[in-house]
Write a protein of this length. Sequence first.
Length: 267
Amino acid sequence: MLTSDVKEYLSDLVDILIVSFIFYQLLLLLRGTRAVQLVKGISVVVLLWIISRYFELRTVTWLIENLFSVGVIAIIVIFQPEVRRALEQIGRGGFFSRHRVIREEEVNQLVGEIAKAVQYFSSNHVGALIVLEQRTGLYDYIRTGVTLNADVSSELIRTVFATNTPLHDGAIIIQESKITAAGCFLPLSESTRISKSLGTRHRAGLGMSEISDAIVIIVSEESGVVSIAQNGLLETNLSNEAFLSHLFQLLKQKPVKLGKERGVQNG
């Protein structure tokens, strides 16, 4: 028979393990969403609260504690899509799932198919906007388009962006190695650094790169110029070789210098 002390110890151990597992799974669900930045902000506020309590800063403590009481409701309202998606994943068993890592051969195939389509668009002056999701989830923008969940192929990409088709003016969003949706609406950049010669398609691509770590490929309908946007930087007028080099390196998570400052870098 186990003694009461051993039982209490085992009970505490199981309790800690369960709570740790739940928090770990929640972090996995939040990873790749806007809520990651929220968690970082909350961590800073909690740290300030601990410091203010330790040094008995009553006014600061009072402000932070009241912020907590109002903040919970605000978080639920602002991040309702993320909360809903997390609950849906739990319902589907996604609470125990893991993000799949794309293999190198899949990266090569993905880049090859995109490159063929982009080369065709550039040669024939067909506008295109292709978004490759990275760590930041793009669920809010995926749901503005038409769901496809199709394998990436140059033929399908060319069909989506064919002139005068219903999905021509939107963006396609690629998750892992699948075209998740097409005809998606992206946020427009408000940067004043964008050249007047660049239109809405470039503003949308740059805008998406400013609010996420997505890689955005833009092909100009007027000039056929190929551009890549990431982290608020826009590299324009890329040759086929430069485009392939940038895309390979970005997908393999190697640092690529796309500009010296936040804004637009013309090639």
